[in-house]
Design a protein around this ligand. Structure first.
Ligand code: ZN
Ligand code: ZN
Length: 149
């Protein structure tokens, strides 16, 4: 688990990315979360500590990180790209109701092979879509209430 500033710095250096203050702040914010944030929500949070950060810089930095395999760009949400700081292969569940992306402790058995029928694998994406358990519980309650009235 990467947590300290030094770990983040080492990670950037090992990928050949110069560890500037802005890049470290961005990486820290993505790593901290398991919510798969959008550019908009990351920007809203980061400007509090890095007021000079523009959305364009944030976008190009995340693109760079994704290109270097430091973060994963998820395209499961039909309306926007979401970012994942955890690059160990894991599957995702997308809730059609609340748009949450939840990590599933499930990985394709082939994902660690790095190769399939001669094709070299660089990324593995496993997606499920549906309604999350929290939304199902809320819906159920609402349903019961309306029936009682
Ligand atoms: Zn939901
Ligand atoms: Zn994830």
């Amino acid at each position: 688990m990467i947590t300290t500033k030094d770990d983040l710095k080492d990670m950037l250096v090992s990928k050949g990315v110069k560890p500037t203050f802005q890049r470290l702040s961005i990486l820290g914010a993505v790593f901290e979360k398991r919510t798969h944030p959008t550019i908009k929500s990351l920007h809203g949070e980061l400007v509090k500590s890095v007021p000079t950060l523009s959305k364009t810089t944030l976008y190009s930095t995340l693109e760079l990180f994704a290109h270097k395999g430091i973060v994963t760009a998820l395209t499961i949400d039909p309306t926007k790209v979401r970012y994942d700081g955890h690059t160990t292969p894991h599957h995702h569940f997308f809730c059609d109701h609340c748009a949450r992306i939840i990590d599933l402790d499930l990985a394709c058995a082939n994902s660690r092979r790095g190769e399939f029928e001669g094709h070299r694998i660089s990324e593995v994406h496993g997606y499920f879509k549906g309604i999350c358990k929290e939304c199902l519980t809320k819906d159920h309650k609402k349903h019961n209430l309306s029936r009682r009235n």
